[in-house]
Ligand binder design. Structure first.
Ligand SMILES: Cc1ncc(COP(=O)(O)O)c(C=O)c1O
Length: 434
């Protein structure tokens, strides 16, 4: 389907371009300075967790079910925090660890363990090249996806292999075909609920196929980053199948390693990170981590569980977050529909939770749109960042992160994105004719 600029006659297109150039010059003169780049909660949103900081003081009881949180010990995390972790992750309490403030660091550390020492009696992933004539270990990367995931596997020296995302999750036909034939494929990065950046929640069928599929590698691992598991925007929420139950039923319990944190619940970067895995994998990961960690910050764990003692409290707190976020997501939908709805120049996702909207412009447009937005004072996540190596093969995808700016700043930033997309689409239409 051609977009409106492709459909125009030459004279009409020339005059549309002239008008758009004029609008671009006007916006440039305004000297805007807006940021839609990273998925951070806004300062007023973060403030709703401030009462947590008053929970502990010098006269507080610093024990949790008999565990002294003010001293060394209890490597696996305090009992109340592990119970909460089990609910977040959907696995038994004794299959959880509550560690430091970052789930991303836990993801990094467990991949590092797979790489250096292997998992469940299999050879270290780093040894694969030596044993297979220099072949590299591969990680599957559904894209658009989370750039920092791709960064972890790239930094280890693995090859990141892009697989497409669909509106039900990653493309399972492609994944099943790849993993069945290639034992160098050792892992897949996944954000199963309100995915970063598409907002997609995986269907039950996708979850069942992921845990049940035949893999050539016996030590294949699903890196299940459920970062947005409680981040609903509406009362009617997306439902995600319990991956641990499904994996157990499929006889592939060791395949799943799940992560979550309270980063976008309490304080980003100062929350509590969780990991859950099979008894075998959690035991080997504990051994690995204990080499360098006596115990994580239990006072922070204690503060968190006193503030959010159970899932009812978590959901109530998340409803307050949603009040900040919902108008922002709705502003994105409204501005994009008004500005680009009937143009054929763009498509975008309509998430019911999470932190992002995934936007696709015409082929070959994203880098130019990003550069133009930057020139006009609107910072976006760099085009291509949602693909391994920063390489979006069709150069269409832009991640919109609406959470940080105020609604009015966001509306201005979206007007700029709409203008830039229209302008670049018109330029591309003209270049096609040249
Ligand atoms: C999918 C995903 N995982 C992990 C993180 C980071 O989490 P943490 O702060 O717990 O390291 C983010 C942050 O944006 C994310 O989007």
């Amino acid at each position: 389907m051609q977009n409106i600029y492709q459909q125009m006659g030459d004279a009409e297109l020339a005059s549309a371009l002239q008008e758009l150039e004029h609008e671009v010059a006007e916006v440039k003169a305004r000297g805007l300075k807006l940021d839609m780049a990273r998925g951070k909660p806004a300062p007023d949103q973060v403030d709703i967790s401030r009462p947590m900081l008053d929970i502990l003081n010098s006269s507080s009881d610093l024990t949790d079910e008999g565990v002294d949180c003010s001293n060394y010990g209890c490597f696996e995390g305090i009992p109340s925090a592990r119970r909460l972790a089990a609910e977040f992750l959907g696995c038994p309490v004794d299959q959880t660890l509550v560690l430091g403030s970052s789930s991303l660091l836990i993801e990094h550390d467990i991949c590092d363990m797979f790489w250096r020492t292997g998992t469940c009696g299999n050879a270290p992933w780093s040894a694969y090249a030596a044993a297979h004539e220099g072949a590299t270990v591969k990680f599957l990367c559904p894209a658009p996806g989370y750039d920092r995931h791709f960064g972890i596997s790239a930094e280890l020296g693995a090859e990141n292999v892009t697989v497409p995302m669909t509106d039900e999750g990653p493309d399972m036909d492609e994944i099943e075909r790849l993993v069945a034939a290639d034992d160098s494929i050792k892992a897949i990065w996944l954000v199963p609920k309100y995915s970063n950046p598409t907002g997609v929640t995986f269907s039950d069928e996708v979850v069942r196929r992921l845990v049940g599929m035949k893999t050539a590698a016996p030590d294949f691992r699903i890196l299940w980053d459920n970062a947005y598991c409680v981040h609903d925007l509406y009362d009617e929420t997306d439902e995600l199948l319990n991956v641990f139950d499904a994996a157990r039923e499929a006889g592939n319990e060791d395949r799943v390693v799940a992560f979550a944190s309270t980063s976008k619940i309490t304080f980003p970067g100062a929350g509590v990170g969780f990991v859950g895995a099979s008894p075998a994998v959690i035991a080997e990961f504990s051994r690995h981590m204990k080499a360098g960690l006596i115990g994580a910050d239990k006072l922070n764990q204690l503060r968190h569980v006193r503030f959010l003692p159970d899932m009812d409290a978590v959901h109530a707190h998340m409803k307050r977050h949603a009040e900040f976020l919902r108008p922002k997501f709705e502003a994105v939908e409204q501005k994009l529909t008004e500005g680009l709805g009937d143009t054929g120049c763009a498509t975008w996702t309509h998430p019911r939770g999470g932190y992002f909207v995934s936007f696709d412009g015409p082929e070959g447009s994203a880098k130019r749109v990003g550069a133009l937005c930057a020139e006009l004072g609107v910072k976006l996540t760099p085009a291509g960042a949602t693909f391994p190596g920063g390489n979006d093969p069709r150069d269409t995808n832009i991640r919109i992160a609406p959470s940080y700016p105020s609604v009015s700043e966001l509306e201005t930033a979206l007007d700029v994105l709409v203008l830039a997309t229209r302008y670049v689409a018109a330029q591309l239409a003209q270049e096609e004719r040249a």
